[in-house]
Design a protein around this ligand. Structure first.
Ligand SMILES: *Cc1c(COP(=O)(O)O)cnc(C)c1O
Length: 219
């Protein structure tokens, strides 16, 4: 972690774009350096690693789970996680609400929508998502706040493909907001990683998830 890189990166971001520093595989000491430089929002993609890091770091960090989550892992992060960005199925949303309620908390979730061409990426099919929402379960879930959407573009050098996938996510977000959610609470469009965040911001992202630029390449 090079703190100067973090500071200049943050200085150059438009004001409406928030930064989730994705610290997966990186040591506590790197996160502490970023914390000491004033950063408070970190993302991890594995529940076990998130839990370990939470236990060893200051408790005013806003932790974001950004990776696919199995149902039996929700319990371990529910006491402290701020955002689960990978809410990608009816079962996981139900479980997040259940565990949040046990902890007497509200957990923010982002609906992860599939926008990439690759099969391997998790996320909702948009049509299945609207059918799910229309079938009504969310109105019974009082311990989650549906705060927006998350998506990952295809890993490719074809910037026009990446751009069109981000445009698609922005359109999905706009449609969901106008049809189903209250405008002031459904506010986050989490898209953009180290390789594609500039395009994502041009296409309407207001939350980027950055790992390698800040922490160096992962091995
Ligand atoms: C690892 C990861 C990131 C950050 O990736 P970089 O390319 O290192 O910036 C962002 N989002 C998710 C879901 C990730 O798993």
């Amino acid at each position: 972690m090079n703190v100067d890189v973090l500071k200049s990166f943050k200085n150059e971001l438009p004001e409406h774009v928030s930064l989730v520093a994705v610290s997966k595989t990186k040591p506590i000491s790197d996160i502490q350096l970023a914390y000491d430089a004033g950063h408070r929002v970190f993302g991890e993609n594995r529940a076990f690693e998130l839990e370990e890091k939470y236990a060893q770091l200051p408790n005013d960090i806003s932790w974001h789970m950004v990776g696919h989550l199995q149902r039996n892992k929700v319990k371990s992060i529910a006491p402290f996680v701020d955002f689960i960005q990978s809410a990608d199925s009816p079962r996981i949303i139900k479980e997040i609400n259940k565990e949040a309620r046990k902890n007497d908390r509200t957990i923010n979730i982002l609906l992860q929508i599939k926008i990439a061409a690759e099969d391997s990426k998790y996320g909702w099919d948009f049509k299945e998502l609207t059918e799910y929402i229309e079938s009504g379960p969310l109105s019974n879930y009082h311990n989650i706040q549906v705060s927006g959407v998350m998506g990952m573009a295809t890993f490719t050098d074809d910037t026009e493909q990446v751009r069109s996938e981000f445009k698609k996510l922005k359109r999905y977000y706009d449609r969901l907001k106008s049809l189903y959610f209250s405008a002031n609470k459904f506010k986050d469009i989490s898209m953009g990683m180290s390789g594609d965040y500039k395009i994502a911001i041009e296409e309407g992202s207001n939350m980027i998830r950055i790992g390698s630029i800040l922490f160096g390449e992962r091995v």
